[in-house]
Ligand binder design. Structure first.
Ligand code: ADP
Length: 662
């Protein structure tokens, strides 16, 4: 890891811009007096270079400015940060941002400073001297936004600062971390409320999250003791994302096929374990894919390098555990593949949502196999048992909730209904029945009545229960086909009345129907790496009432249907394979030149490329081809400080290009 520059560190400045502002102190002095007399829209334009607020942003900013608490639930990429960063620049005192993402604070803060916003962070990665300097600057009013990890709220030096320095706003990022109902519960988050209560004057408290069910929302309100908060729950729908699930015979082959379809695009492949990351990255590299890897067992230096390679587009595909990506603001990720099923839909949607942040069409594919379910169960138990902060009753609760979430995730992986609809319903919305932009909506299914097969399978499991036996999936299939193996004879399974009642049916077919029965909760699969199948109350009812059991199977071969090129975004919304947006809106060659310039500026300063300008900004420049500073300021994402800092270099690049293309 690079050492994190303190607010006063000048080393990260571009050499060719002597007037550039980097330290919180200089930025504050040079900009304005606080409170500012500017309007929120002026602040948005001046610092962020955006001419209009996105949906809900302005309402939230206004609520904060009138002193109201806020609870905002908005999906990834909706622009939550602006909702507290704009008020921070308009309010007189300090804004404290509580965030669990220590590893990201540096990038968040450098992005703000690049925009001319005096920001700093305070966490365990800073040296004692750097921490003292940040505290001093905050006390002097030279820092407007201070990012802290929740643990920092108990630190005496920080408490001291909070007592002596006016705090105008407390923003809680990733607020779902307060809730035991969320998938990402952090006990330290529950201390926020005590911290707010200890302040001489209570500032407005704003909570932001991208993942919240109604239950988590209630917890956020209650645990943070929000005071009649202005509440925004925006739709979670991301229409530019196409959702796909596959149950491939070979995940490796399916993944290679996806990477080939996206040969020149950036993508992320998520795996559930370090070992799978290693194996999968090797597989991709051996097949000519420009891939790199990221997981907790790599050295800090290699993790940082690989992440930078991906962010700077030197590596196109990142194979990673879920340790990668929190808050990564790389806007041009065109596909996200989950090689393994995640533990819950919240995580899935958050990770998959790293695709298409710039609004271009992108694909999110889940490669499912039934074994994923037991891996999830194993990981859930491990995480909970290894957390020393949890007492026994909390462990039991968290385990139960985790198991329910795994169940919902499995339903998603195996449903034949609209995938977008499934996700949106999970988050409490009422979507239309079909989205026409997911693999289920674009696959024709036919219904098959498999009642007889289902009855035979369930009664086999039931008979085993009578003998007080629970067995795994393959043993059930062996019994039903009447396998003559020694194992069958030794266990006496050949004397069961169900032995051989499905002779002639392939074991694969039996396992397929068996899995559907588990999904329909007519049988239960329990625990461990190799789950045991057991009868439950529904099984008895099913045997008694003999209701029909109908499953849906794809009409066309699944592989063909599901690996086909995406059919487009929504109804006729254009090409689905993301083409560089510049070619839709501007000149692709110019866009590439601007990208190269951005890469070299980013490299000089050792900041990610997106910190200099987002892709969407370069696309806008390639479209408008500004020739003057004023015209440059009209491009989305160019604020005043960035125009001062980079304007000359980008205007020169555009002018040179225009000369060559007269
Ligand atoms: P979230 O935290 O909700 O995931 P971010 O705050 O990271 O989203 O914003 C996502 C992207 O949208 C960023 O690149 C940000 O600069 C951009 N953005 C935010 N607000 C606006 C706006 N009003 N106009 C254009 N782009 C915006």
């Amino acid at each position: 890891m690079h050492e994190l520059p303190s607010a006063g560190d000048h080393s990260a400045m571009p050499r060719e811009c002597p007037d550039a502002l980097n330290s919180a102190t200089e930025t504050a002095k040079a900009n304005c007096e606080y409170p500012s007399t500017e309007s929120p829209a002026q602040v948005l334009q001046r610092y962020f270079g955006y001419s209009t607020f996105r949906a809900h942003q302005e309402d939230i900013v206004r609520a904060v400015l009138t002193g109201r608490d806020v609870l905002a639930v908005m999906p990834t990429g909706a622009g939550k940060s602006v909702c507290y960063q704009v008020p921070a620049m308009l309010l007189p005192g300090l804004t404290v941002v509580v965030s669990p993402l220590i590893s990201l604070m540096k990038d968040q803060v450098s992005a703000l400073r690049q925009n001319g916003i005096p920001a700093a962070f305070l966490n365990s990665t800073l040296s004692a001297a750097a921490r003292t300097q940040v505290l001093r600057e905050a006390r002097d009013g030279a820092c407007k936004l201070l990012y802290v990890a929740p643990e920092r709220l108990d630190d005496p030096a920080f408490r001291n600062l909070a007592q002596s320095t006016p705090i105008s706003l407390v923003a809680v990022d990733e607020a779902h971390c307060v809730s035991q109902w969320g998938q990402d519960f952090r006990p330290s988050y529950t201390r926020i409320c005590g911290f707010v209560d200890s302040l001489p004057q209570r500032p407005p408290v704003c909570a932001f999250t991208a993942t919240a069910t109604a239950r988590v929302r209630d917890d956020i309100r209650e645990i943070l003791r929000l005071n009649s908060p202005f509440t925004v729950v925006s739709s979670f729908d991301r229409p530019n994302l196409r959702f796909e699930t596959q149950r491939p015979r070979s995940k490796d082959a399916a993944l290679l096929s996806i990477c080939q379809q996206h040969a020149s695009d950036c993508g992320i492949v998520y795996c559930s374990t370090t070992k799978t990351v290693e194996k999968t990255c090797e597989l991709l590299q051996a097949n000519g894919v420009n891939a790199t890897r990221y997981h907790a067992k790599l050295s800090d230096a290699e993790r940082r390098k690989n992440q930078d390679d991906f962010i700077f587009d030197r590596s196109l595909v990142m194979v990673a555990t879920t340790a990668f990506g929190m808050g990564i603001d790389k806007s041009n990720v065109s596909f996200v593949v989950h090689y393994n099923m995640p533990m819950d839909l919240e995580s899935y949607y958050q990770e998959a949502g790293r695709a298409g942040r710039d609004g271009s069409p992108a694909t999110c594919t889940l490669l499912y196999s039934p074994k994923d379910v037991s891996t999830c169960q194993f990981l859930l138990e491990k995480t909970i048992l290894e957390n020393p902060d949890l007492d026994v009753s909390l462990r039991v609760q968290l385990l139960e909730r985790g198991q329910e979430r795994i169940k919902q995730m499995t339903f998603y992986a195996t449903t034949t209904d609209c995938l977008r609809g499934f996700i949106l319903r999970y988050f409490g919305e009422r979507p239309p029945a079909l989205c026409e932009n997911c693999s289920n909506c674009s696959t024709q299914f036919e219904e098959q009545d498999v009642s007889t097969e289902a009855l035979k399978i369930v009664s086999c499991v039931y008979r085993l229960r009578e003998r007080e036996r629970t067995v795994g999936r393959t043993t059930i299939a062996d019994i039903l086909v009447g396998s003559g193996s020694q194992k069958m004879l030794d266990a006496g399974y050949d004397s069961l009345s169900t032995f051989g009642i499905m002779r002639g049916v392939s074991k694969k077919r039996i396992l397929f129907v068996l899995d559907r029965l588990i999904e329909a909760d007519l049988l239960s699969a329990q625990g461990g790496q190799y789950p045991m199948v057991a009868a439950n109350a529904n099984s008895a009812r099913f045997l008694k009432e003999r209701t029909s059991f109908v499953i849906k199977v794809p009409k066309e071969p699944a592989v063909k249907a599901r690996t086909a090129k995406p059919a487009g975004v929504g109804k006729g919304a254009g090409a689905a394979t993301p083409v560089p947006a510049a070619s839709q809106h501007g000149d692709e060659a110019l866009f590439e030149q601007l990208r190269t310039l951005r890469a070299s500026l980013a490299q000089q300063q050792e900041v990610p490329a997106y910190v200099v300008f987002h892709n969407t900004t370069l696309q806008d420049m390639a479209l408008r081809k500004p020739r003057t500073r004023e015209q440059l300021l009209e491009c989305s994402g160019v604020g005043e400080v960035k125009a001062n800092r980079y304007g000359e270099a980008f205007l020169e690049c555009i002018a040179a290009w225009a000369e060559d293309h007269q």
